[in-house]
Design a protein around this ligand. Sequence first.
Ligand code: ADP
Length: 218
Amino acid sequence: MTINQYAIIGLGRFGVSVARRLHEAGQQVLGIDINEERVEDAELYVTHAVVADTTEEKALTSIGIGNFDCVIVAIGNDMQSSILTVSLLKELGIKKIIAKALGKRHGQVLDKVGADWIIYPERDMGERVANQLLSPNMLNYIELSKDYSIEEIMIPPKMANKNLRDLDLRAKYNVSVIAIVRGVDIIISPSPEQLIEQEDILVMIGHRKDIAQFSNIE
Ligand code: ADP
């Protein structure tokens, strides 16, 4: 895996989660916060942490922010600081700026000032919870568009020990299996003869409604 340099601005709940995960995965992570206490606490889960007010251009340049591959702006409630920080990062030529938005309007402004990827944690998590309720056997999903997704689905018990040809999921449910997760192994592009086992997880692509229907089979 390539090691990238990440800077996380704002070490609240969201920023800390991002930083911790990246750090666990062996990435170089710099944590930045205006609050000294938060910076002290961060020493445990980042490579390095500094106190700085990122709405000041000088503070950003003295950190050497230009050397980072990706900067994540996780400033929460202070919308003005979040917007100002993103616009400064854009001016300083940061290639990948990810920013957390509190709502739609905030997100639109972040987009205008140059954020490359805008995250709406509460909206996205809410959707995730609703999707999980609609598809109880779903473990994980990637949204491809409003209607289509790739989802990991636990197989209904009655489908175990049959092969993909016999199950005929494309004709019966209008979904395609692109991979099978079996314990620590993954079978990519399974053949029609592939036997499905009890504990298998199917990675399928299709219309969300069709996958939801499949995932509700008892
Ligand atoms: P969350 O909802 O993720 O917990 P918070 O709003 O609690 O988010 O956290 C945002 C963090 O961003 C806080 O720790 C705050 O000190 C920090 N922050 C706010 N403004 C600035 C700024 N101008 N420069 C650096 N850090 C900032």
